[in-house]
Ligand binder design. Structure first.
Ligand code: AOS
Ligand code: ZN
Ligand code: ZN
Length: 393
């Protein structure tokens, strides 16, 4: 791409200025694999400190004004007080993530468990999460189920779908006002023969059955290798059923590495579909969340880097010359259409992003500014005995 003309420049800067990226509370805690959790100094000891870390990310990036909570990892007595603290720190509480995967009772599933008593307990937790949303003012309830089976014949696949539909219906019926139910799918893990919500098609079908408030979540790490995720994005956008993203990167499985690190081109292709559908603006309603675990790298800095990676991919997507692309597509000019897209992808958008941050009154280099700020040094001294994010806790 040659010089960016002033009109394009303004349009891209305005789009980026409006962008919102939600960070997850669990990214700030210690995490690891099933082999080892490497504890880091200065990690949060409670939800308040996670909120403080999220606010730090927002302070340096300017586009991460909400933090997602995970219940019960972030359970507190007074959610309104936590919401008030978040506001004081300059952020808000975002999506509420339900957790029905860590109790012994859930060995054979939560909402799809063959035992009705376990199903009642799991549904009770989903409803409790909506109570939390009422207290925090959160719009979205995000549901990911670890439910599934490990062996063929272990349980009735069809009955499990009925149980799932019933649980979703109860949670959906409990929502009021602007509240939404976001259903996340995952092909594998921890169930290895089949999961009860393995793919976007299953999630989409359940959301259709539920109605308007139900939307699909795309976690970029939850597909078979080689899956064309941007196709799923385009399909769900067309159907009006794309509610949210859980952004992260993967090389092999659900690696939960920093978004845009393994495959920045894929992230660009996803953001291209979003921009083409005019779905970037917050009023469209998609929650762009991160779902990451920083096992070996410093956490707040990694979240800042992740936010910048999403911004870079978005800036490139906003740079696509739509008129030239449409022209090439309509003329069947395969190579020209591809060249238009690649031209945007190959543009170095970092100067533009520095300009954006200066316009927003931020340091043009958020990572350097964060490192200079002394935040990590301070929390390392203050926070003794930081907690694990939740896995294996
Ligand atoms: C699990 O693989 C999913 O990505 C969920 O979104 C999960 O709730 C999240 O990773 C936090 O544990
Ligand atoms: Zn996820
Ligand atoms: Zn995941």
């Amino acid at each position: 791409m040659t010089e960016i003309d002033p009109t394009t420049r303004r349009r891209v800067l305005d789009g980026l200025r409006e962008q919102r990226i939600e960070t997850p509370s669990w990214a700030y805690g210690n995490s690891g694999t099933r082999f080892k959790v490497f504890a880091q100094d200065g990690v949060p000891r409670d939800p308040y400190e996670k909120v403080a870390d999220a606010a730090t990310v927002h302070r340096f990036t300017g586009v991460a004004p909400t933090v997602a909570l995970h219940i019960p990892w972030d359970r507190v007595d007074d959610y309104a007080a936590l919401a008030g603290y978040a506001k004081e720190q300059g952020v808000e509480l975002g999506t509420i993530n339900a957790n029905v995967f860590q109790d012994d009772d859930y060995k054979l599933g939560s909402v799809t468990n063959p035992d009705p008593a376990v199903r009642r307990k799991a549904i009770g937790h989903l409803l409790e999460c909506v109570d939390v949303m009422d207290a925090t003012g959160s719009r979205d309830l995000k549901l990911w189920f670890s439910d599934g089976t490990n062996y063929p014949g272990q349980d009735s696949v069809r009955e499990r779908q009925d149980r799932l539909a019933e649980a979703l219906r109860q949670a959906h019926n409990r929502l009021t006002g602007q509240q939404r139910l976001l259903l996340e799918y995952k092909l594998f893990e921890p169930a290895f023969y089949m999961t009860d919500v393995p793919d976007w098609g299953t999630a989409y079908a359940h959301c259709l059955e539920l109605g308007e408030r139900a939307q699909v979540v795309i976690d970029t790490g939850h597909h078979a290798p080689g899956t064309n995720i941007e196709f799923i994005v385009a399909f769900l956008l067309r159907a009006g059923k794309l509610g949210a993203f859980d952004f992260n990167s993967r090389f092999y499985a659900d690696d939960d590495l920093m978004v845009g690190s393994a495959d920045p081109f894929q992230l660009f292709r996803i953001m291209h579909e979003i921009v083409q559908a005019d779905a970037l603006r917050p009023s469209y309603g998609i929650a762009f969340m991160l779902d990451q675990c920083h096992n070996i790298e410093p956490k707040v800095q990694a979240v800042i880097r992740s936010v910048l990676n999403v911004q870079e991919a978005t800036a490139k997507a906003l740079l696509v010359d739509v008129a030239a692309l449409t022209d090439a597509q309509r003329n069947g000019d395969v190579l020209e259409a591809n060249a238009v897209l690649m031209d945007a992808y190959n543009t170095d958008v970092r100067p533009l992003l520095r300009e954006l941050r200066e316009e927003m009154g931020l340091d043009p280099d958020p990572v350097a500014a964060y490192k200079r700020s002394g935040y990590l040094k301070r929390v390392r001294a203050e926070r003794v005995g930081g907690k694990q994010a939740g896995w294996g806790a």
